[in-house]
Design a protein around this ligand. Structure first.
Ligand code: ADP
Length: 182
């Protein structure tokens, strides 16, 4: 089983990914975490990515697609923060078909009010969490990532859930999509 968590920055994808990857024994792949690990290790890729991430823009498709290809294994995967562009979504379909003979099963969109998102991110205080960058990341999300909703709706894979409230309630909402009648 392969799942994509979709949602604006700060919508809680990382938190829900941890719960879901434990519940369903999935390989949790977060491109944000992988990129931050490159920055911490001070690799050439990390140095290149840092400036882009600090501004709130997207790292190039080639880089993140290659990172994902390197981390796919035979386990089912939970994709967190990837894909973020149509180009990435199409590349992912091809990767899964050729490497794993599999496909995306569920795309779960976490729906959170924009004002709540800004408050959450300011409270989180990560390096790229200042107000200017946050606004840019929300714009980037609206322009480049939102079209993915259509892409997956056309494949009948898109499910939108309310991403506000208690963490475990949100997890339970996602479970009702993955385990419909239990
Ligand atoms: P958030 O969901 O809060 O935005 P992430 O950790 O997912 O946090 O992403 C942080 C930054 O890492 C993004 O703003 C972007 O610069 C970069 N990044 C992460 N995933 C991708 C991706 N799939 N494509 C391009 N850039 C990415």
């Amino acid at each position: 089983m392969n799942i994509i968590l979709l949602g604006a920055p700060g919508s809680g994808k990382g938190t829900q990914s941890q719960n879901l990857s434990t519940l369903y024994n999935l390989n949790h792949l977060s491109t944000g975490d992988l990129l931050r690990a490159e920055i911490t290790a001070n690799t050439p890729l990390g140095q290149q990515a840092k400036t882009i991430m600090d501004s709130g823009n997207l790292v190039s498709d080639d880089i993140v697609i290659a990172m994902i290809a390197n981390h796919l294994n035979q386990q089912g995967t939970l994709f967190d923060g990837f894909p973020r562009t149509l180009n990435q979504a199409q590349a992912l379909d091809t990767l899964l078909a050729t490497h794993n003979n599999s496909q995306i099963d569920y795309v779960i969109e976490l729906d959170v009010d924009q004002e709540e998102i800004i408050q959450r991110m300011l409270a989180r205080g990560r390096a790229d969490d200042n107000e200017h960058t946050i606004r840019n990341r929300l714009n980037v999300y609206n322009q480049q990532t939102k079209p993915l909703i259509d892409y997956y709706q056309q494949q009948n894979k898109h499910h939108k859930i309310d991403g506000s409230g208690a963490i475990e309630d949100i997890t339970a909402r996602i479970q009702t999509i993955i385990e419909p009648t239990s």
